[in-house]
Design a protein around this ligand. Structure first.
Ligand code: NAP
Length: 305
């Protein structure tokens, strides 16, 4: 593949930035990759492991001359970072981000960007529970979706160039409106994370009573909750504070359904439970038929894994 941007600047040097840098290198998509993170410690690690070609000590220095700047910081830091880099942006450059929430990031970032700079928000739907400069890997985005959220009147050439970058990184791309993105993600990611955090919290309280049983017998379902609940606290605090309406809407519906199931259990309404579980099982089949997940038992994990 050939170079899509001569110079790319990554602001924030954690899981997503590191994985982007490695995937861009793998496919030769960027001439030079610069990077900046807030702490000297992260910048030092990034230098030691050669995470990007050049680690800069200020955000302005990192974005100078960049054709693409990608904000890879927690959602709550996006606005301040946009204000910080604004004076260094090259006319005609594209600014993008990878934030898990889109409407709030657009409102925080757009007002700081000078005229003549294209803003093309995006969100790669790929991640792990690990964070920091050592956590990235080139394959993170392979076969995953990256949602691009162009603004009204966006420069199509700038949008298509960013789209080509994400495809070169290994992702499949789609375009979506910011509010729709935030509602879809509240259902597929944000509310499930909150439920996992809650379930692990409840088990932890219980664990004090039952000693190590919660850990010992966690192989089934609960193990997946613990993995999700180990996700970065700063990132997820910011997701909930910045996708408040959509998350509360979904949690409201979730609570109503949970109460209905709770009542069915209390009143011994087996028909209700059976009908509900039959419906949800069909949804899982639909996901497999659409090629979105494996049909293998336990997601294809090796025995004992
Ligand atoms: P991460 O591994 O924790 O890295 C975050 C980076 O941002 C760190 O290098 C941190 O620097 C830097 N940072 C924080 N505040 C900053 C500031 N004010 N100025 C400059 N740098 C700052 O996080 P990540 O998982 O890569 O997530 C980054 C973004 O991607 C978030 O917006 C998140 O919503 C989104 N996202 C995450 C996932 C996921 O599963 N992890 C998936 C898709 C999208 P220090 O190390 O110096 O603190």
């Amino acid at each position: 593949m050939s170079v899509i941007y001569d110079r790319v600047a990554l602001i924030g040097l954690g899981l997503i930035a590191g994985s982007m840098a490695m995937a861009m290198r793998r496919a030769g998509l960027a001439g030079e990759i610069t990077g900046y993170a807030r702490s000297a410690e992260t910048r030092d690690v990034a230098r030691q492991i050669g995470l990007v070609d050049r680690v800069c000590d200020t955000a302005v220095e990192a974005v100078e001359g960049a054709d693409l700047v990608v904000l890879c910081v927690p959602v709550g830091a996006m606005g301040a970072v946009a204000a910080e880099i604004a004076p260094g942006l090259k006319p005609g450059a594209t600014v993008s981000d990878v934030g898990s929430v889109k409407r709030a990031v657009i409102e925080a970032v757009a007002p700081h960007l000078p005229d003549g700079v294209h803003f093309v928000p995006a969100h790669p739907l790929a991640g792990t529970e690990h964070s920091g400069p050592n956590s990235g890997f080139a394959e993170l985005f392979d076969g995953k979706w990256c949602v691009i959220v162009p603004q009204d009147g966006a420069d199509r050439a700038a949008v298509e160039r960013l789209d080509a970058l994400w495809q070169g990184i290994g992702a499949q791309t789609d375009e979506m409106d910011a509010d729709h993105h935030d509602l879809v993600l509240a259902v597929t990611s944000h509310a499930p994370h909150l439920i996992a955090y809650t379930m692990v919290g409840v088990a932890d309280d219980l664990g004090r009573v039952t000693d190590s049983e919660v850990i010992k017998y966690s192989a089934a379902g609960f193990r997946d909750f613990t993995r999700i609940a180990a996700s970065d606290p700063t990132m997820w605090r910011d997701v909930f504070l910045n996708n408040r309406d959509a998350t509360l809407e979904i949690l409201g519906r979730f609570t109503e359904e949970l109460f209905a199931l709770q009542r069915a259990i209390r009143t011994g309404d087996g028909d209700h439970l059976h009908a509900y579980f039959t419906r949800t099982r069909a949804i899982r089949r639909g996901i497999i038929e659409a090629g979105q997940d494996t049909d293998a038992p336990d997601f294809g994990r090796k025995k004992g894994a």
